[in-house]
Design a protein around this ligand. Structure first.
Ligand code: NAD
Ligand code: ZN
Length: 346
């Protein structure tokens, strides 16, 4: 089969490789679509290799069951579904509490095994997956379903954790209206009464945000925090979701979140918010506000995301590419030219 593999730092190759063998608890999935996440760009740009042998990228995967492992109950060949990306242990305290995204078996700061970031991923014709990660999608198109596995899941989880703040009359700020952010705007619109303010560096992304339900769009510049304060009676936004994560956006979040508000870090840009212990009164962090570094989401968040998509409440803006054009798609994402999500079709 064909697989898009990372063969060294910055080196991406479409290679001919064997169709994976499956174990008794696995499924073989024929890939229908695989989304491209900004995290794939980070992996491609790493100065070292994640593992010594070539790694098939792709953690947003949807497809059809081609073969079922001998010990798997309740799944049949021909079923359509997507892949939950937290391949967690299933037995630790967090997993049994439904928090598989922070599986303790992964260690204190690592993430659970994720296809395309350790095990081979879905930018290929076939993928081996643990049967427990398969989530049915009904008749959703594969290109719509694949991005739900991360772009919707990680957005949904960040929003779910800030739900107490998202009361009627509240304001939610979404920084970065890319693959994740444009879905986040739709989840906020569909599941809360908050007014959404979108922030991006590109006017075209703010137009996308408006189509997704944002009340207003602001360019990210020096006056943006003040503009948010001006629109919230000086108190700030009850929730700020940062899908970029650079120093600039982290400090925009710090300067624009309300007292008791929620600042959720999702973007992995390595930025450091300036939050200090000290009395209030300065320009800094308001009393009672909370920060969460948000990874992926729970299986429950994923089922909720799929339900929203199946009922037409969220729709991913998709740009389709052939698997062989993966490099072009990644380059376009790097240049900020993708509206919504780029999806590879094998
Ligand atoms: P993307 O490239 O599709 O979107 C990024 C958006 O941010 C673009 O619209 C871009 O114009 C905008 N942007 C860039 N700099 C900006 C700035 N200074 N201010 C405002 N907007 C700015 O990326 P994506 O796939 O949506 O991923 C977003 C981030 O989330 C990445 O860092 C990715 O690695 C991370 N991510 C995290 C998780 C998680 O679980 N925490 C999951 C998936 C992705
Ligand atoms: Zn991702």
């Amino acid at each position: 089969m064909k697989a898009l593999q990372l063969t060294g730092p910055g080196a991406l190759e479409l290679r001919e490789v064997p169709v994976p063998e499956i174990g008794p608890a696995d499924l073989l999935l024929r890939v229908g679509a695989a989304g491209i996440c900004h995290s794939d760009l980070y992996v491609l740009q790493l100065p070292f290799q994640l593992r010594p042998d070539p790694l098939t990228l792709g953690h947003e995967i949807a497809g059809t069951i081609e073969a079922v492992g001998g010990a798997v109950d309740g799944r049949t060949v021909g079923e359509r579904g997507l892949v939950y990306l937290c391949w967690s242990c299933g037995t630790c305290r967090e997993c049994v509490s439904g928090n598989e995204n922070v599986c303790l078996a992964a260690g204190r700061v690592a993430m659970p095994p994720c296809p395309g970031l350790g095990p081979d991923g879905g930018m290929a014709e076939y993928i081996r997956i643990p049967a427990s990660s398969f989530v049915p999608i009904g008749d959703l198109e594969f290109a719509q379903a694949a991005p739900l596995a991360d772009a919707a899941l990680s957005s949904y989880h960040a929003i779910e954790g800030a739900r107490p703040q998202l009361q009627p009359g509240s304001t939610a700020v979404v920084i970065g209206v890319g693959g994740l952010g444009h879905v986040a705007v739709q989840i906020l619109t569909a599941t809360t009464a908050a007014r959404v303010i979108a922030v991006d560096i590109a006017a075209a992304k703010l137009e996308l945000a408006a189509r997704c339900g944002a009340a207003e769009g602001l360019l990210c510049e020096s006056g943006t925090a003040q503009a948010i304060l001006d629109r919230t009676g000086g108190r700030g936004a009850e929730a700020v979701f940062d899908f970029v994560g650079t120093d600039q956006t982290a400090n925009l979040a710090v300067a624009s979140v309300a007292p008791n508000g929620a600042y959720r870090m999702v973007g992995l840009g390595g930025g450091a918010p300036e939050i200090t212990a000290g009395p209030a009164g300065g320009p800094g962090w308001p009393w009672g506000a909370s920060v969460r570094k948000s990874y992926g989401g729970t299986k429950s968040d994923l089922l909720n995301s799929v339900a929203l998509a199946r009922s037409g409440r969220i729709r991913v803006e998709v740009e389709r590419f052939d698997l062989a054009d993966g490099r072009t798609a990644l380059d376009r994402l790097d240049q900020g030219l993708i509206q919504g999500r780029a999806v590879l079709i094998p």
